[in-house]
Design a protein around this ligand. Sequence first.
Ligand SMILES: Cc1ncc(C[n+]2csc(CCOP(=O)(O)OP(=O)(O)O)c2C)c(N)n1
Ligand code: SF4
Ligand SMILES: [Mg+2]
Length: 351
Amino acid sequence: MTYIAKPPLHHPSLEKNALGFTRRDYEGRISTLCAGCGHDSISASIIQACYEIDLAPHRLAKFSGIGCSSKTPDYFVSPAHGFNAVHGRMPSVLTGANIAARDLIYLGVSGDGDSASIGLGQFCHAVRRGVNMTYICENNGVYGLTKGQFSATSDKGSKAKKGAENKDSAIDLVMLSLQLGATYVGRSFSGDKNQLVPLIKGALSHKGTSFIDVISPCVAFNNHVGSTKSFDYVREHNEAVNRMDVITPRAPIKADYKPGELKEVRQHDGSILRLRKIEDDYDATDRNEAFGYLARKAAMGEIVTGLLYVDPEAGDLHDSMGTVATPLNKLPDADLIPSVADLEKINASLR
Ligand SMILES: Cc1ncc(C[n+]2csc(CCOP(=O)(O)OP(=O)(O)O)c2C)c(N)n1
Ligand code: SF4
Ligand SMILES: [Mg+2]
């Protein structure tokens, strides 16, 4: 059941992107998740985002750990590279691949258990190193695959399906990734495709570590009254700080008739993030502002969504390590292996 391929037939009149691919070319196998699971909506947003930014499918490298969320890379962009790692160990596998082949676009998809419980250390170190990746946490506040135990992102006081109360404080991965130095940080809701698709497009175009926390209700184990990750709860408490468009370098520049309400942020690849503010005082380029704003709103029980922080000038791990521009896996042996004379010199310098 897990491996049902979709028929490859396309209707000939389907719209194509600049590379000549239809949206269907970015799909994957048929999902085996529960009907209505938020994770499937996130896969649909990833497909839409990759199609809209004209990403060549073979340039995407997708990684995950273990969990319902971590199964999803099988359900989008089949022609991409992919690796399904051990539970909580995806970030180090992704980091290694990124070091070897810097010319690919890296996407990590994980769950709140995979990222904030067993994989917290791995998550922290990949973010603090500035790995050039988009990291999406499909956050349902439970271990969905193993039938609904509380995860480290379950809010204190929230109730499990059978009524048990979570007594532990929650880890907020957005706050944590801001503190660790992520240079593109957003939060969204699986049911808000209008917000999520541009957020993913911006993240995939961003150089540096992009982290998106997506509240993604588990309809089987965490969608009841008393849960703070249910569809109803998130709809009632969602507070969006901005609405966002991403304009790729090829797209025509649109005229803007409402100066003062729009902030344009140019990213390293030339794409422009257009942030339309909903809150008067929110500045998505100010990391400290993001901390204070998120903390104030969290105290009021509000879930802040949108693009929360971006540094358009950000560098990545390759910049800090000073690696060569050619991907290491494309260098010939002569460039990779020091000669005997060079080794002698290195040894001599260490004596
Ligand atoms: C080393 C190890 N420990 C525990 C498990 C059992 N296990 C599988 S998935 C999972 C939790 C998944 O939760 P999450 O990452 O939130 O994904 P979800 O299913 O909620 O999308 C656990 C504990 C495992 N597979 N491997
Ligand atoms: S158990 Fe929950 S997280 Fe897993 S597929 Fe079903 S609804 Fe989704
Ligand atoms: Mg989960």
